[in-house]
Design a protein around this ligand. Sequence first.
Ligand SMILES: Nc1ncnc2c1ncn2[C@@H]1O[C@H](COP(=O)(O)OP(=O)(O)O)[C@@H](O)[C@H]1O
Ligand SMILES: O=C(O)C1=C[C@@H](OP(=O)(O)O)[C@@H](O)[C@H](O)C1
Ligand SMILES: [Mg+2]
Length: 178
Amino acid sequence: MENKCKNNILLIGFMGVGKTTIGKLLAQKLNRKFIDIDEEIEREFDMPVSQIFKNIGEKAFREREKELITSLTEKQLKIISVGGGAFLQQEIRQLCLASSIVIFLDLSFEGWKDRIDLIIVSRPVLHGKSIEEMEKLFYYRQEIYANHHLKITSDNKDAEEIADEIVRKLIVDFDIFV
Ligand SMILES: Nc1ncnc2c1ncn2[C@@H]1O[C@H](COP(=O)(O)OP(=O)(O)O)[C@@H](O)[C@H]1O
Ligand SMILES: O=C(O)C1=C[C@@H](OP(=O)(O)O)[C@@H](O)[C@H](O)C1
Ligand SMILES: [Mg+2]
């Protein structure tokens, strides 16, 4: 039986699927605090993620990503959007699955390709990659997103529609009170 007393709501999925956008909408609809892990790290380092990767390195980013997610999931009743690579770390996966309702925003590669122009500048992981290499990374990462409590198919739906669908499912399937 699903453990329904988890109180944080955490969004996962590949970069560009809408975790940050939809997390903000969800927080408004559920009247909860919203935390975007990338935005927190950018605030701390006072530079965009792309510059952190370039100037400080991905290793430091991943270490801080794990520290922040660990500390933030200890406190409850938040909407947390993590970066697309957070679930690469097994400790983060285990911690989030145990402490939060993990929602996977599932977008097809065809649907994702339409967003490349929107995200390419700010996603250093994509820099220098051919579309074939991006596709390989996309499908490789799908395995880590299989660790979730709720999957929302996201193709051909706008952010509001997805946020409303999540609220409905949280109320019906997870006893979340609005
Ligand atoms: N459902 C959607 N339909 C179309 N575009 C979207 C949708 N959700 C997000 N976007 C757009 O895609 C880009 C990436 O969204 P973002 O929330 O930053 O994704 P993530 O946090 O998963 O990387 C933004 O330009 C955003 O406006
Ligand atoms: O998939 C990844 O490895 C990353 C995704 C990004 O977050 P979004 O998924 O919000 O773009 C950000 O954490 C960083 O660029 C690394
Ligand atoms: Mg994001």
